[in-house]
Write a protein that binds this ligand. Structure first.
Ligand code: NAD
Length: 488
C-alpha cells in the first residue's frame, strides 16, 4: 500500500466509539502500511489525560490484534493527547500549535483530518472554532469526518449543514455511515454493474419487489437515553436503510467515481414518492417491544419514560416514481429484540406472466419466485433461487439455490468498516460517505412519517421479543399477496 500522509485530530478520543471502533481501525491501517511514518493523531477529550495515559488506553484497545508489543508501541508513539474544552477558543490555539509541531516532526505536508466523534450538539461548534482559530493548514488538505446522527429532522440537519459549511465546503466533509463501509454493501454495485446478466433485469419489468432487513436481537441496553429521542426510523431507516436502498435503486453512473455515484444516488432518492397522511398510515408500520422472560418491555427499560411512544421497530414500503421502478415496492424493516441479528437484501423477481409452463403438464406445480439475495451479516455472501424440474416421472418443478459465501479466509481479509472509511477519507474518496443532498432527501421522506406518527397514539407494546415484529409488518406485504422472503 502507498502510505497516506495525514494528521488526524480526534474530538472525543476518550469516548466509547473511539476505543471500540476507531483505534482498532487505525491499527489495521497501520499493520497494512496504509499509515506508517507520516501519520500522527491528536486525541482530545474532557479528561485530564497525558500522552502516556492516552497511549496506554489506545494500546489496550488494539492489543488483541497485535503481532507484537513492539508493533503496538510503534503505533501508539504517533498518538498525542490534549485535554480540550470544546467551548474554549483558547484551546483551539493550543491544538493548532501542536498540529504545526507534529506536521514538522512527521512531515505531514499540511494534510489535516478533523474527526468529530462527540455528541451532535457540538458538531458545528467545533467545526467553526477550527476555522476561526485557524487550526487549518495553509498547504495540504483540511477535511472533516463527522459522526451520526446528522440532524434530527430536515430542518435541524439543514441548520447543521449550513453551519458546517461556514467552515468546510461539501467536498471537505465526510459524513460517516458505517454501513457504507461494509463489504457486502459495497458488493451491491459489483453484483449489479459487474454482471450484465443481472443489471439487464434490474427493473420493474422483471423485479417484483425488493426487501431490505436490518434486524437486531438485542434491546436498547445502555443507549436507551439516546435511543428514546430517536427511534428506529431515525436511527436506522433515515441513514443506513436509505443508503442501501439508494445503491439498489440508482442508475449506473457513467463513471465509477464518487461524484458520479453520489449524483445517481441523489437522483434515485429524489424519485422517492413522499407520502401524504393516509399513505403513511397505509405504508408504514411501527412497533415497540413488550416483555418476555428475563426481558423488560421497552417502557420499563432504564432511562425510558413509562409512556414512551418511541418505536423500536419499523417496517415500510417505499415507492419510486421513475421508469425503472414504478410499481415495484421496496420493503424495508429494522428493529430491536427480533428473532435474530442479521442484515440482508432480498430481490424477488416476477413470476412468469402466464404461469402455464408446468401446469400444462398436469400437476399444478408451484414455481417459486426467482430471488437474488445479498447477505450482509453475520454471513456474508450471495444466494440465488431458481426453479428446476423435479426429478422423476411426470413434469413438476421444485426449486434450488446457488449460494456463495465468503470463505473464512476471505472474511479475515475484510476490512473493518471504519478502517475502510477512514482510509477513503485520507484518500479524499467520497464514494462511501453520504452527501448532503442524499441526507436531505432522506430526511424529507422520514419527516413526513414522523409528522403523521406524532399526531396519532400507537398501540404499544405490539410485538414479542424474539419475533419478527408486529403482525402488521407481515400484513403490509400480504395485502398485495407478497411475503417477506426471509424469516429468522
Ligand atoms: P461518548 O459519550 O462515549 O464519548 C464522548 C466524548 O466526547 C468523550 O471523549 C468526551 O470527553 C467528549 N466530550 C464530551 N463533552 C465534551 C466537552 N464539553 N468538551 C470536550 N470533549 C467533550 O460518545 P461515543 O459513544 O463515543 O459517541 C461519539 C459520537 O459517535 C457521537 O456523535 C455518537 O452519536 C456517534 N456514534 C457512536 C456510536 C457508538 O457505538 N458509540 C455509534 C454510532 C454513532
Amino acid at each position: 500500500a502507498t502510505e497516506q500522509t495525514a494528521l488526524l485530530t480526534l474530538f472525543g478520543a476518550t469516548g466509547d466509539l473511539a476505543s471500540r471502533k476507531l483505534y482498532p481501525a487505525l491499527f489495521n491501517l497501520y499493520k497494512k502500511g496504509e499509515i506508517k511514518e507520516h501519520f500522527a493523531l491528536i486525541g482530545t477529550g474532557r479528561r485530564e489525560w497525558d500522552d502516556d495515559k492516552f497511549r496506554s488506553v489506545v494500546s489496550e484497545s488494539v492489543k488483541d490484534a497485535a503481532e507484537s508489543d513492539q508493533q503496538v508501541n510503534d503505533f501508539v508513539s504517533h498518538f498525542y493527547y490534549k485535554s480540550h474544552d470544546v467551548t474554549n477558543p483558547e484551546h483551539y490555539k493550543v491544538l493548532k500549535g501542536l498540529a504545526d509541531e507534529l506536521d514538522a516532526k512527521y512531515d505531514l505536508n499540511g494534510n489535516r483530518i478533523f474527526y468529530i466523534s462527540l455528541a451532535p450538539r457540538f458538531f458545528s461548534l467545533v467545526a467553526n472554532n477550527l476555522k476561526e482559530q485557524q487550526v487549518f493548514s495553509e498547504n495540504g488538505f483540511n477535511r472533516l469526518i463527522i459522526e451520526k446522527p446528522f440532524g434530527h429532522d430536515f430542518e435541524s440537519a439543514e441548520a447543521l449543514n449550513n453551519s458546517l459549511s461556514a467552515a468546510f465546503s461539501e467536498d471537505q466533509v465526510f459524513r460517516i455511515d458505517h454501513y457504507l463501509g461494509k463489504e457486502m454493501v459495497q458488493n451491491i454495485a459489483a453484483l449489479r454493474f459487474g454482471n450484465p446478466m443481472i443489471e439487464s433485469v434490474w427493473n420493474n419489468k422483471f423485479i417484483d419487489n425488493v426487501q431490505v432487513t436490518l434486524a437486531e436481537n438485542m434491546g436498547v441496553g445502555e443507549r436507551a437515553g439516546y435511543y428514546d429521542t430517536s427511534g428506529a426510523l431515525r436511527d436506522m431507516v433515515q441513514n443506513h436503510i436509505m443508503q442501501i436502498v439508494s445503491l439498489l435503486a440508482m442508475d449506473e453512473p457513467n463513471k465509477y467515481k464518487d461524484v458520479e455515484i453520489r449524483a445517481q444516488k441523489v437522483k434515485a432518492l429524489q424519485a422517492l414518492h413522499i407520502y401524504n397522511e393516509d399513505e403513511v398510515a397505509e405504508n408504514f408500520v411501527r412497533g415497540q417491544y413488550g416483555a418476555a422472560d428475563n426481558q423488560k418491555d421497552y417502557r420499563h427499560e432504564d432511562n425510558v419514560p413509562e409512556d414512551s411512544n418511541t418505536e423500536t421497530f419499523v417496517a415500510g414500503k417505499l415507492e419510486f416514481e421513475n421508469n425503472r421502478w414504478a410499481g415495484v415496492p421496496f420493503y424495508v424493516r429494522t428493529g430491536k429484540l427480533l428473532a435474530d441479528k442479521f442484515a440482508r437484501i432480498d430481490v424477488v423477481f416476477k413470476q412468469p406472466a402466464l404461469d402455464d409452463f408446468a401446469r400444462a403438464n398436469g400437476t399444478d406445480p408451484q414455481l417459486v419466485p426467482n430471488r437474488i439475495s445479498i447477505k450482509i451479516e453475520p454471513d456474508s455472501g450471495f444466494e440465488m433461487k431458481l426453479n428446476k424440474k423435479h426429478v422423476g416421472q411426470g413434469y413438476t418443478t421444485d426449486s434450488f439455490q446457488f449460494t456463495h459465501d465468503l470463505t473464512t479466509e476471505e472474511m479475515k481479509e475484510v476490512p473493518l468498516p471504519y478502517e475502510r472509511l477512514i482510509n477513503d477519507a485520507m484518500k479524499g474518496d467520497h464514494t462511501n460517505f453520504a452527501s448532503w443532498a442524499e441526507v436531505a432527501q432522506a430526511w424529507k421522506f422520514v419527516d413526513q412519517i414522523e409528522k403523521v406518527w406524532n399526531t396519532t397514539k400507537p398501540d404499544f407494546p405490539n410485538y414479542t421479543p424474539g419475533s419478527m415484529g408486529p403482525k402488521a409488518a407481515d400484513d403490509l406485504l400480504a395485502r398485495s399477496g407478497r411475503k417477506w422472503a426471509f424469516r429468522a
